[in-house]
Structures are given as C-alpha cells and as structure tokens.
Ligand binder design. Structure first.
Ligand code: NAP
Length: 307
C-alpha cells in the first residue's frame, strides 16, 4: 500500500492551497480529485473579489494556474473518486478510492460541495438538454435565446450576468421578493437591460420532448400555475456538502458540514477539514485558500512533532 505524509481529499482551491504548502514543506503529498482541479472556481466565469487581480480573473484560468503551481512543487495528483476512509484514529489512516487504498499520516478533507438540485419532475431527464448547473460550461448553447436562472444568491446573479453576454434575455426566477445576493451584484443585475426578474415564483416542473421547452412555474402569491417558455434553465440554489462518504467518522452539522476549530482540526488527531466543507465557512475563494494553508501548517506541525 502506498504511504503518504499527507493525503488531501479534493483538488479545489482549499485542497490545492493545502498541497502547495505541504509539498513546499517537503511532505510527501497525494491529492485526490474526482472531476477537475479548481472545484467551484473551475465553473465560475469571472472572479472579481480575489485580491491581486484588479481586472478580475477567469475561474478556469485561475484553476489551471493553481494546479500548475501545486504540481510544480511535487504534489502527486490523481483523478480518483474517494469512496471511504478508515482507521482515522490510528497513526496511519486509510483512504479508499475507486482505484486503490492509500495510507496517510494525516488527511486533509477539502471535498467542498456540489450544486443543489431542485428535485422537480423533468430536472434529471432534461439535464444536459436545456437544464444546466454551469453557465460557463453550457451558456454558449443558448446564443441569442431566452433562458431562466433559478435562485436569488450570488451565484444566480453572477452567472445570470455572465449569460446576458451570450443569450437574448435572462429571467431570474426567485421564490421571494428579496434577493440574498450581495448589494453590488443586485445593483448590477437591476441595471442590466437583458436581465428580468420573476419574483415569488418557483419552478414545479421542466417540460420538453427530449429538449427543454417550458418551465412550469407557480406564483406563490396567487397560486397561479402557468407555462414559462424557455430554451435553457440554469439552477443556482446553493450547495450540498460532499461529505457523505465520511458519515459517522467525523463530527458534522445537520447539513454535512464538518466541525473544526480555527486550526482546521476536526478533533481527530491528524485529520483536518478546510474550505466549503467546513462549518461556518464563508464559502469564498479567499477563505478556501486561507483554510487550506492553515490545514497544511497544522498537519505539518502534527507530523513533525510526532517524529
Ligand atoms: P446561496 O447564497 O445559498 O443562495 C441560494 C439561493 O437559492 C437563495 O436565494 C435561495 O432562496 C434559493 N433557493 C434555495 N433553495 C431553493 C429551492 N429549493 N427553490 C428555489 N430557490 C431556492 O447559494 P449560492 O448563490 O450558490 O452561493 C453560495 C456561496 O457562494 C455564498 O456564500 C456566495 O456568497 C458564494 N458565491 C459568491 C460569489 C461572488 O462573490 N461573486 C459568486 C458565487 C457564489 P432564499 O434566498 O429564499 O433562501
């Protein structure tokens, strides 16, 4: 069985930052990622609130730079899906993936979250056929057409704004008459002539014959249900923690967020959590990077003090 000083679960901003620090501290580091390095930033068009980029930086571009930087210092980075962990309380902890089992003196959990689904009829069937969770990936399929965005947070307005550069019109469908998004994004969206709002509405079903044609919506004030024609639907209603494989092994809240102290310690010696997966995370890129660095420094201290 291959053995590492540090095994990092997840190659998003938190995991890559942790890996950058552990490899520079000469710790043998394995980073396991199932999809693509960068995590959420990989599917974010433009990032304007990460310090050091006054003109903003495209998420996919920053993801590649972060990956290259961590790889440069010797991190062993593998595309493998983590299926479980074992023996967390022991000096050598086990990580199972779809390909192998690895042993690590420390484990840093940085598996973040995935986009939540609405859970309405037609959503799964029409996913990839008009229903999408990634404007940057799929926006170009809807050039010059009308689309909807579901949600009222930062992601909905950010990605909705991005879509207005491609499509004819974006209608944001939100279940309340107040947005959760930050004020700057709200103002920018209200000023955008290609952005419209359908307040106090929910989507009850997506309909179409092998391609999305209509969102069946309900007006929550009047209870009226009607068809809203749309070529595309982009769903941005928050995230779900990717922590199912850890259930019962580390302390979590009811939403699957892992509890840590400010040193990213989970309470199990040698096991740390960082980034969006963490209770109380602000879920910002800067926080994920900072968390990852702290987790790496704490892990380094644990390893070297134990030697
Ligand atoms: P979020 O802030 O949790 O917002 C989710 C939105 O979806 C809310 O408006 C919520 O409505 C709505 N919603 C939730 N469940 C729903 C359902 N079943 N049906 C209809 N609507 C539903 O999630 P997010 O926008 O994905 O953002 C997540 C985090 O990433 C936040 O911390 C955010 O600040 C950060 N982020 C930041 C940026 C940026 O700074 N540029 C960009 C993207 C994301 P209610 O308001 O009624 O609850």
């Amino acid at each position: 069985m291959e053995e590492f000083d540090v095994i990092i679960l997840g190659g998003g901003a938190a995991g890559l930052s942790a890996g950058l620090y552990t490899t520079r501290a000469m710790q043998k580091t394995l980073i396991l990622e199932r999809l693509g390095y960068g995590g959420q930033i990989m599917i974010t068009d433009m990032i304007e609130n990460y310090p050091g980029f006054p003109e903003g930086v495209r998420g996919p571009e920053l993801s590649i730079m972060m990956e290259q930087q961590t790889r440069k210092f010797g991190a062993d980075m593998r595309y493998e899906d983590v299926t479980g962990v074992e023996k967390l309380e022991e000096p050598l902890k086990l990580v199972h993936t779809t390909e192998a089992t690895y042993a690590g003196k420390t484990i840093i959990i940085a598996t973040g979250g995935s986009h939540k689904k609405l859970g309405v009829p037609g959503e799964d069937e029409l996913s990839g056929k008009g229903v999408s969770y990634c404007a940057v990936c799929d926006g170009n399929f809807f050039k010059g057409e009308d689309v909807v965005v579901v949600g009222g947070g930062d992601a909905a307005l950010d990605e909705g704004g991005y879509l207005t550069g491609i499509v004819n019109k974006v209608t944001v469908i939100h279940r309340r008459d107040q947005l959760r998004a930050s004020k700057i994004l709200q103002e920018r969206s209200f000023d955008n002539p290609k952005m419209d709002f359908l307040w106090n509405h929910v989507v009850e079903e997506f309909q179409g014959d092998n391609q999305l044609e209509t969102a069946l919506v309900r007006n929550l004030k009047t209870d009226e249900v009607y068809k809203f024609p749309t070529a595309g639907a982009f769903i941005y209603i928050g995230f779900e923690s990717n922590s199912g494989f850890l259930k019962g092994q580390v302390s979590m809240d009811e939403f699957g967020h892992i509890k840590t102290n400010i040193s990213m310690e989970t309470g199990i010696p040698g096991v740390y959590a960082c980034g969006d997966i963490r209770v109380d995370s602000d879920r910002q890129l800067g926080n994920a990077v900072g968390d990852g660095i702290t987790a790496a420094l704490t892990a380094y201290k644990y390893i070297t003090e134990g030697e």
